[in-house]
Write a protein that binds this ligand. Structure first.
Ligand SMILES: [Zn+2]
Length: 242
């Protein structure tokens, strides 16, 4: 294989590494924003459930207090019955006790309904809490990784760029510029093998004349379709046959 082609392949490898690192670095703020928004979403859900739970807790306490007060009222009224002298007063008091009892019975029904909502909400709150904790744990862990990674990105990129300059220095500046242009426009593939009379970059057929030039390793040639630099690579059958 031509020395120039080998160097171009090396250059491409290094450029792919640079590109990959730059992409990785570019995505970091996006990932952080996603993590943050997921955390905030879970937090808002948790806080809403907590608020709902607190409201129910207060309603429950209030209802229990009302029932307790009414029971006391009934007890006091019962005690009073003993000291009542007239039948009229006695029956009036009994009627009042019965009314209070009935009201309290419906309060107890309300309390039961509240209790079942309370239990549901308590369960929901626990779920939301564990959802939040899960996301919070991931968020914290990932942020530690990300911060550590951010510290090394620039140094890694700089190290690979130095290697790129070193490889590029073995080539003509014009060829490097052309190579970089193709690399940017052709999905980080600027040099590809030609196999079986076709370009492995775009899969178009190439003429036998061009293929012969490549086989003879006669200079740098590009694919007429995608403009990628081509080099000859024998396939199994050809190598065996030839
Ligand atoms: Zn091509």
């Amino acid at each position: 294989m031509m020395e120039q082609v080998k160097t171009l392949i090396d250059l491409q490898e290094v450029m792919v590494q640079v590109h990959r690192l730059e992409e990785e670095k570019r995505k970091v703020p996006l990932e952080v924003a996603d993590l943050k928004s997921l955390f905030e979403e879970r937090e808002a859900k948790f806080l809403a459930a907590e608020k709902e739970f607190e409201t129910l807790r207060q309603q429950r306490r209030e209802k229990e207090r009302e029932i307790e007060e009414e029971r006391d009222k009934v007890e006091r009224a019962k005690a009073k019955l003993m000291s009542i002298k007239t039948n009229k007063e006695y029956y009036a008091m009994l009627k009042e006790i019965e009314g209070t009892r009935r009201t309290n019975a419906s309060r107890e029904e309300e309390l039961l309904a509240l209790l079942s909502r309370y239990e549901e909400e308590e369960k929901r709150l626990a779920e939301r809490k564990s959802d939040l904790e899960e996301v919070e744990g991931n968020y914290r862990e990932r942020m530690v990784d990300i911060e550590a990674r951010m510290g090394t990105f620039d140094a890694d990129i700089e190290r690979i760029l130095a290697r790129k300059r070193q490889v590029a220095s073995r080539l003509e500046a014009g060829l490097v510029r052309r190579f970089e242009l193709i690399f940017g426009r052709r999905d980080s593939l600027a040099i590809v093998p030609a196999r079986n009379y076709s370009c492995t970059g775009c899969h178009m057929n190439i003429s036998p004349q061009l293929f012969n030039l490549l086989q003879r390793e006669d200079g740098i040639h590009t694919c007429p379709n995608c403009n990628r630099i081509l080099y000859y690579e024998a396939v199994e059958s050809e190598a065996a046959g030839g």
